[in-house]
Ligand binder design. Structure first.
Ligand code: PMP
Length: 441
């Protein structure tokens, strides 16, 4: 039963475990959009392995690709030595790249996590530029290793770990709905980019030329916050004009989730380096760094590791990429995302406890606030993490799995598989509406 397995987990696993605290079940099986727990309850999965499961659970094309590896007795582990499975994966991936990168792209296979690939990207730009500092954004998330934690905006986990890489500067991320400087109106992102430009050009800012600027185009863990498209274009212009490599962290946004294969395509920009993980392994652990070969100054062995490109993950990843492309799942994600966003905005318009509703594609967040408190100078109410958590629990009771995130833990996050249908969006919305009503009773 759920109870038996949860009891064992609690006894044996470290206190650092996170998801089971909010989603207290043991999973027996999973198919498509649905998870079934040990007690036979079925849930709609709008967490999708934290954005990993682009095609949902056990999609037939993914299962078939993995079965073929087993059936043909292909090697399961080859370090970074190549195989037909690997070259096929790279073919599929490179064929998905924007035209500007077609002939110039290089790929580095990394340890299986997003965090490891971000570490590799940081090493790559530091080696290429001979510089040290990294400019990153308030509220951003890039992983939980020493280096990636240092460049992530969330203070609570890192305040207990001394000695993270010190040379990191945090820049204001442009909230579409709220200016990082607390001003009212739509000029928030212009203030942010003007500030960044000034910071880079004024020697009195005390900032040495950085090895890179790294950012998410939609902050995921930070609370599903899409950066304005013009701001992304400004960041590309500012970095390009000054010869600063731009790294885009596509770990959560990549492979169609935001409505484009890669989220930077919304802005018509191409970064110097970008990082993929989560969906790229078709449910299995895989991560890569893609970069323009002009930046390559790495010596052999510059980023090593035992597990660099699991063969099964490459087979599953290639099948996922092909399916996303053949079925235009990026466009489907955009349509379903807009539909979900409109439905959530409709709920929000009747419920003062729901603040900003925002997203890009199937990366959506609903800010939960306390309208009984005074508004701040920019017109927003304080975040209400307790109510957000209650809404999540009420959703869970009704068979919908969602995550809560954001800087105050008050953003309900929707991150479903890209294969979600309109009927399933309706199902999600019905449960969410009931859960909000129940939480306010
Ligand atoms: N970057 C982003 C944008 C992420 O969302 C995450 C994971 N949530 C990571 C990096 C780190 O990936 P991993 O957990 O696989 O190390």
């Amino acid at each position: 039963t759920n109870r038996d397995l949860l009891k064992q987990q609690e006894k044996r696993e470290s206190n650092a475990r996170s998801y089971p605290r909010r989603i207290p079940l043991a999973i027996k099986e999973a198919e498509g959009m649905y998870i079934t727990d040990m007690d036979g309850r079925k849930y709609l999965d709008c967490l999708a392995g934290a954005g990993t499961l682009a095609l949902g659970h056990n999609h037939p094309v993914v299962v078939e690709a993995m079965e073929k590896v087993i059936k043909d007795r292909l090697p399961l582990h080859t370090l970074d030595i190549t195989t037909p499975v690997k070259e096929n994966f790279v073919d599929e991936l490179f064929a998905s790249l924007p035209e500007e990168l077609h002939d110039d792209a290089k790929i580095q296979f990394c340890g299986p996590t997003g965090g490891d690939a971000i570490e590799a990207a940081l090493k790559l730009v530091k080696t290429a530029t001979g510089r040290q500092s990294i400019l990153t954004f308030q509220g951003g998330y890039h992983g939980s290793t020493h280096g990636t934690m240092a460049i992530s905006g969330n203070l609570s986990p890192k305040q207990h770990v001394q000695g993270l890489i010190p040379d990191t500067h945090f820049l204001p991320y442009p909230y579409t709905y709220r200016c990082p400087f607390g001003r009212k109106g739509e000029d928030g992102h212009q203030l942010s980019s003007a500030y960044i430009e000034q910071l880079l050009d004024d020697p009195e800012s005390g900032i040495l030329p950085p090895a890179a600027v790294i950012c998410e185009t939609v902050q995921g863990e930070g609370g599903s916050i899409p950066a304005p498209i013009e701001w992304l274009q400004e960041i590309r212009r500012i970095t390009k004009e000054r010869g600063i490599p731009l790294i885009i962290d596509e770990v959560q946004t990549g492979i169609g989730r935001t409505g484009r294969m890669f989220s930077f395509e919304h802005a018509g920009i191409v970064p110097d380096v970008f990082v993929l993980s989560k969906a790229i392994g078709g449910s299995l652990p895989l991560s890569v760094v893609i970069y323009d070969q002009s930046i390559e100054t790495w010596e052999p062995g510059a980023h090593i590791g035992t597990f660099r490109g699991n063969q099964m993950a490459m087979a599953a990843g290639a099948a996922t990429l092909k399916y996303v492309k053949d079925n235009k799942l990026d466009k489907h994600a955009e349509a379903m995302g807009n539909y979900m966003l409109d439905s959530l905005k409709d709920i929000q318009s009747h419920v003062p406890e729901l603040g900003d509703v925002r997203g890009r594609g199937l990366m959506i967040g609903v800010e939960v606030v306390d309208p009984a408190q005074p508004q701040s100078s920019n017109g927003s109410y304080p975040a209400n993490s307790e109510l957000a958590s209650n809404i999540q629990q009420e959703c869970f009771k009704r068979g919908l799995i969602l995550e809560v995130g954001g800087r105050h833990g008050a953003v309900v996050r929707f991150l479903p598989p890209l294969i979600i249908t309109e009927n399933q969006v309706d199902e999600v919305i019905t449960i969410f509406r009931q859960a909000v009503q129940a939480s306010l009773r």
